[in-house]
Each structure stands twice: as C-alpha cells, then as structure tokens.
Design a protein around this ligand. Structure first.
Ligand code: AMP
Ligand code: ZN
Length: 464
C-alpha cells in the first residue's frame, strides 16, 4: 500500500519512494542533554516512533540515526548566547560531560517508559568531532565559509537559494531575530559552523582554527553524512528546527558536497500548554515523571498525543491526559475481554478493519483516524480472540504495550505524592477526632480520582 508523507521541502504530501527498495534511511535530531526533556520534546519523539513503526508495519527495514547534542547548542538556536551544556554545568557545579551523561540517561529512561522504538544508531556529538572538522574544512575549501575572530562562518550569499525550507523571505520574523551587529559577518544571516573557544570554555578541541568547538548545525550535517551517506530518505525534527537548524544543515551540505542530503524533511508541530507556549519562565514545563506523579502513565500521554495529527498543534491540559488515562484503561479492558472471548468474526470484516487502519497510518501517519478504527474494534458487540489478535497487530504501530495489559491492572497502583500527603493529613485529622476535616479531605481525594477505604490493615487506596 502506497505511503504518503508530508514533505516540508515541497510543502505537500508526496508518495514516498525509498532510495533503496527495502531499507529506509532516517536521521532524527535528538535531544540537547542539558536538562530533563519535557513532554513537548517527547511529542516529537512519539512522532518519530510512529514513523519507525509505520515503516516496519509496511515491511521495511530501517537504518535510523539519532544524535545526542552534548556540545555546541547555544542558548539561542542561532549562534549567539552561551553553550547550554556549559551553562548547566556551571549552574549545577558539575563537569559538562557528567551533565550530559545524567540527562541522557534520564532521556533514555523516559523513552523506555513511553515504549518508543529507539533508532539503531544513537550517537553523541562529542564522539564525532573529527568528521565535523573535516566537513568545515571542505566548506571552507569550496568557498562557502570564511574565518572571523569568533569562528568559521557560513556565507549564505554563496548559495543559489536561502532559505529553502521555510519559504520565508529573510525579513520574516524568525530570521529577523537572527540579525545581529557582528561587524565581522559578511551577511546578517551568515551563521557559525565552528566556534573559537574563549579561555574559560570547558568543552573544546584542537582544530586548524585553534581550541574550539562545533556549532550545533554542523553536528547534525556531519553525523548524518557519516552514518547515512550524502543521500538519505528522511530527516525529522520539531517545527522549531525549520527556520534555522534545518535550513542551516541544508546550506552546509550544499557547501560541503553540493546538495541537500535528505529527500524528505518532516516536522512535528508543537505541544502547547493551556493554548500557549511552554516555557520555564511561565513555570508550565512538565516532565514525564511529573505526569506520573500526578497519576498519568507515560503510555497515557502517548495515547493523548494520538488525539491530534502530528502536523497540528496539540493543547496539553491535565483534564486531557486524565481522560487519555481512562481511555487507555478502557482499551486494555477491551483487549483483555476480546482475548478470552470466542465470538466468530468473518475474515472479511477483519480485513476491512485492517485495511482502514493501514490506510490511516500510511496517509501521513494519521493517528487520530487510526485510533477511530481501534475504537470501532473495541466497541464491537461481539467479542472475539480474532479482534485481540488484530489489536496486537495495530499495537505494532501504536506502541501502547497492549499485549501486557493484564500487568497494568495487576500492578499495585502508584499513588501520587499529593494523594499520599492528603492521606497523611486525613489520618492526622482522624487522630485529632476532627471528623469534619477528615471527611473534607476524603472528598478532596475523591475529586482527584482516588477512593480511600479504612481497613483493619490501614488505609487502602483505589483508583476510581
Ligand atoms: P531540544 O532538546 O531542545 O533540541 O529539542 C528536542 C526536540 O523537541 C526537537 O525536535 C524540538 O523541535 C522538539 N520540541 C521542542 N519543544 C517542543 C514542543 N513544545 N512540542 C513539540 N516538540 C518540541
Ligand atoms: Zn539536528
């Protein structure tokens, strides 16, 4: 069945024609490991997971690379500000390599909890420095870059067209933000591909241009080329990468070897919080762990992401993920009921459901439509083992670990911190014979989705 994917480069949905018949090459921009990844970041990796799984469902093998940015990503996506890794190292009083190791592990743990199918190659920027230096040399030799006192800058005026992805004229908002007053730059949109390190900079390497470090964009260009070659099928990232990071990756590849490396560029839209941007200053950034503490499983967050197409914005609310948790529980119940049932469903009907699901995922990963088919199967009046088998097949793409549904019901429920605290307060109120207060707290706990029962072995908590 034909796969159609939206290509940011051509601004349309295209038939996907692989470069190699049975092996799809993908490069995904990975996390910058200076802090915990937030649920917005994970929306992009859930999209990446769906893409991988959709290809596998269609019988393809994957050659997939994701990088870990552990140096060179400055506080602005362009080339101003401090290196995020160094800033975090200073703040936490640690070595930047320790910071990278710690947050890479945290990222991988969350990937695991979200049941994200990981790329075969996951590689750190700092493990690929020689390839980056080589690429900078080539760009210089080909006349697409020049040296200043701060580093090596890409000369965008040497390109036939810039930008190519964002369709922005350079006075556009995102690019306007990049205009600075560096008098050594030939054009305002020229960007650093290699940065000379100030004396106190911790992460730096010997290079033909002195002690220095890579710019964020050259990292992905060089790693993509090293692991996938100069022509690969798909490059992925979040929409914020379109105007700067990916634009500059394409520019560098043209400078080094003459062309854009990826046939398709795919981008996941943003997760918003209460309709607005997630930002540290607004205090509305949440991690997977924080959701867990509030009683939402990582897999419920994953299911929540399927309520919107990856190219549409998705608005995060706590009510939204709470209802996704209820849906996930219903999905598991439905699967288990079918697993034990012996109703007879015609092969034709099964094939119809399967076909519609397959069409939905092949149509630019239409997960909301695919979920519609899943719910029709679950709601079917006749229950059958055949449906359970079908749901297991669908789960190859959904990645919701349906096969292990029973385990999630058997598992002792994890009680969120705030509920534990309320239970403590209620016990104290009871000790003080303040029955009114104790009842009030019980109601509050109920409102938050938990029942408490007083048994002779103590307080028992149930999820409503
Ligand atoms: P970073 O670690 O900042 O490089 O970001 C990791 C990935 O998360 C990138 O692909 C970003 O485009 C993506 N991303 C960042 N914020 C959001 C958001 N609010 N919603 C969806 N994706 C995001
Ligand atoms: Zn990248």
């Amino acid at each position: 069945m034909q796969i159609k994917l939206y290509n940011t480069l051509t601004h349309k949905k295209e038939d996907f024609i692989p470069i190699k018949d049975d092996n799809i090459s993908i490069y995904s921009c990975g996390p910058t490991v200076y802090s915990y990844a937030h649920i917005g970041n994970f929306r992009s990796y859930i999209f990446m997971d769906n893409l991988r799984r959709m290809f596998k469902y269609n019988g393809y093998k994957l050659n997939h690379v994701m990088n870990i940015t552990d140096v060179g990503h400055l506080t602005s996506d362009a080339d101003t500000g401090e290196d995020k890794m160094e800033k975090a190292a200073r703040k936490e009083g640690k070595d930047p390599y320790e910071i990278a190791e710690f947050y890479t592990k945290a990222f991988m743990d969350d990937m695991e909890a979200l049941n994200i199918d990981k790329p075969g190659i996951i590689t750190k920027a700092t493990d690929n420095i020689p390839e980056m230096i080589q690429m900078v040399k080539e760009i210089l030799e080909n006349g697409y870059a020049y040296e200043t006192s701060k580093g090596i800058y890409f000369d965008v005026s040497k390109l036939d067209k810039y930008p190519v992805l964002s369709n922005n004229d350079l006075s556009g908002e995102e690019h306007g933000a990049r205009i600075d007053v560096d008098p050594e730059k030939k054009n305002p949109y020229d960007f650093a591909i290699w940065i000379k390190a100030p004396e106190n900079h911790l992460m730096k390497w010997d290079s033909p241009w002195g002690k220095s470090y890579p710019g964020w964009h050259i990292e992905c260009s060089a790693m993509g080329r090293k692991y996938l070659g100069e022509n690969f099928d798909i490059h992925t990232g979040g929409v914020d990468h379109i105007p700067i990071h990916h634009e500059n990756e394409i520019a560098q590849c043209k400078g080094a070897f003459g062309h854009n490396p990826a046939k398709m560029w795919m981008h996941c839209e943003f997760l918003l919080v209460d309709g607005g941007k997630m930002s540290k200053s607004l205090g509305n950034i949440y991690t997977i762990k924080e959701l867990q503490e509030k009683g939402t499983e990582p897999l419920a967050y994953k299911l929540f992401c399927y309520s919107s197409h990856y190219r549409n914005k998705l608005n995060f609310t706590f009510e939204g993920v709470k209802s996704a948790q209820t849906s996930l529980n219903r999905l598991r119940e439905g699967y288990l009921k079918n697993l034990e049932a012996d109703g007879d469903i015609s092969d034709d009907k099964i094939a119809q459901y399967e076909n519609r699901f397959h069409e939905a995922i092949n149509d630019d990963l239409n997960m909301p439509l695919a979920m519609g088919v899943v719910w029709e199967v679950i709601r079917n009046e006749v229950k059958s083992k055949q449906f359970a088998t079908l749901l297991e097949k669908f789960d190859e793409v959904l990645g919701l670990d349906l096969k292990n549904s029973k385990k999630y019901f058997d598992k002792e429920i994890e009680i969120p911190k705030e509920i534990k605290e309320l239970i403590k307060q209620r016990s104290k109120a009871k000790e003080e014979k303040n029955w009114e207060q104790a009842d009030k707290i019980r109601d509050e706990i109920k409102e938050k989705g938990y029942n408490i029962l007083d048994t002779k072995n103590g307080v028992k908590v149930e999820k409503i």
